[in-house]
Design a binder for this molecule. Structure first.
Ligand SMILES: C[S@@+](CC[C@H](N)C(=O)[O-])C[C@H]1O[C@@H](n2cnc3c(N)ncnc32)[C@H](O)[C@@H]1O
Length: 218
């Protein structure tokens, strides 16, 4: 599918500071993944945006690469590494999660906080294959996505929609049910844990419910 409108939206949001989803991550948010890895392990973050999750992971002792397809924010995040005093521990790369420009089986862990929900259904299998390809055998992957239990998102109410799909400002959103995420990944991953959580995280006007699923590569 064509994601040019998505790129334009993200570029504009980062440029104008209207990236309402960006927030400072906490240990609690990443612990599902990090508690099962060891310090020094290497993690790929898909859709790293301003890089705050990758920064946090590097600060607590992991080696991290953040991947994003919006070139200006990748440049900005790379420029910030020196100020963060994290040179050599984290780096940002421009690239598409559907065609990850990295070699096979190089990562102990991978994570996605809010990218997968933007993909069109047609691209789900390709995304699953790519995450599986870059992980080492037995590697872990944490997916944090919008849940169908979210009460409202802009003018959209997922529970009242049969498709649970919504477009806003040219960006596509999908609201998942727990079983659905498990099914999408089941050909390449087993489920370690899954939790549906109303979150304190507000994106603009909306209080979201998120599904956090931890997978292990099979
Ligand atoms: C909602 S933002 C979340 C950013 C970050 N994870 C956070 O929580 O602050 C989604 C990010 O994914 C990026 N993105 C969306 N689709 C992508 C794709 N196919 N490949 C790489 N990056 C993508 C966007 O540019 C954007 O930075």
């Amino acid at each position: 599918m064509d994601y040019q409108a998505h790129k334009t939206y993200f570029e504009t949001a980062y440029k104008t500071g209207t990236d309402v989803w960006t927030h400072k991550p906490t240990n609690k948010q990443v612990a599902k993944l990090t508690s099962k890895l060891k310090k020094g392990d290497i993690i790929l973050e898909l859709g790293s945006g301003r890089g705050l999750f990758a920064k946090h992971l590097a600060e607590i002792g992991f080696r991290v690469i953040g991947l994003d397809f919006e070139s200006a924010i990748v440049r900005k995040a790379n420029e910030a590494i020196k100020d963060w005093k994290l040179e050599g521990k984290v780096g940002f790369l421009e690239g598409d999660a559907l065609n990850i420009p990295l070699v096979n089986e190089n990562f102990d862990g991978a994570c996605d906080f809010g990218l997968f929900e933007n993909l069109y259904k047609e691209d789900w299998p390709q995304y699953v294959k790519e995450i599986h390809r870059i992980l080492k055998p037995g590697g872990l992957y944490l997916n944090v996505s919008l849940s169908s239990k979210t009460s409202g998102f802009f003018e959209f109410h997922p529970s009242a929609s049969s498709t649970r799909e919504f477009e806003k400002y040219g960006v596509h959103y999908y609201f998942f049910e727990g079983g659905e995420i498990k099914n999408i990944f089941k050909t390449h991953f087993e489920v370690v844990s899954q939790e549906v959580k109303p979150t304190e995280v507000q994106r603009g006007m909306n209080k979201l419910t998120l599904i956090e699923t931890l997978f292990k590569k099979i």
